[in-house]
Ligand binder design. Structure first.
Ligand code: ZN
Length: 235
């Protein structure tokens, strides 16, 4: 069923790796009918399909260089702008710095449709270390499993494959990633805080508890309808 265009929501979702951002984005997408735009997926698609943008990315990557902001911005806006008049979107992994945030803002405001909300899922570093430290992945089907400390990693409940801990989930890697996330993200969150767009929600608790906080921050009722009174914008 087509959604009323008045409900189209344009938002950015932030959260460190392990905060459950992907799950929350998926639930929002299902409930709101918005498009989930993960910058990492866009990059991989352009590379795989060998598009002109994909060729630009691979030139930088092959030389061991960071993909410049302008290319990243082109890739994301290429996806975002056609959605402006229809469904809303959830941006994930973009903007990564204030320059990207400024360009996005100028572009959206130019279309007379700025972002509605920016939600940051907040989880402390030690909680992430504990959470990811118990995460094991099936070698065969890639399904994630929680294995308590001391518990011998059993076989995959889905397919019987062997479980292993990805190097990415080891404590030192989690800490390093979290620090990079903080350094990159805090200035961008500040950018949105100044504009009264930022909502920070705790990412501790069950998926449903976190989702309840996210939807409340968006001014949505549990069924995806706007609640009677969205929270007032801070001044
Ligand atoms: Zn498996």
């Amino acid at each position: 069923m087509a959604r009323a265009s008045g409900l189209a929501m344009r938002m950015v979702l932030f959260g460190p790796s392990g905060a459950g951002k992907g799950t929350q984005a998926q639930m929002l997408k299902d409930q709101l009918g918005v498009v989930h735009i993960a910058s990492g997926d866009l990059f991989r698609n352009h590379l795989r399909l060998g598009t002109p943008l994909g060729r630009q990315i691979s030139e930088y990557v092959n030389q061991g260089l960071l993909v410049p902001d302008e290319v990243t911005i082109d890739i994301v806006l290429d996806k975002v702008m056609p959605l402006m008049s229809a469904a809303g979107f959830i941006l994930d992994g973009f903007p990564r710095n204030t320059h990207q945030a400024e360009v996005l803002e100028a572009k959206l405001v130019g279309e007379a449709r700025g972002l509605d909300k920016v939600v940051a899922i907040d989880v402390a570093e030690d909680v992430l270390v504990g959470r990811l430290g118990s995460r094991y992945t099936c070698r065969q089907c890639q399904a994630p499993h929680a294995v308590a400390p001391g518990e011998k990693a059993p076989v995959c409940s889905q397919c019987g494959g062997v479980l292993y801990q990805r190097p990415d989930d080891a404590p030192a890697a989690v800490q390093r990633r979290f620090q990079v996330y903080q350094q990159e993200t805090l200035p961008v969150l500040e950018f949105y805080r100044k504009r009264g767009l930022l909502a920070e929600v705790s990412g501790v608790g069950t998926v449903e508890e976190v989702y309840g906080r996210v939807t409340a921050a968006l001014g949505l009722g549990p069924a995806g309808r706007p609640s009677a009174k969205p929270s007032p914008k801070p001044r």
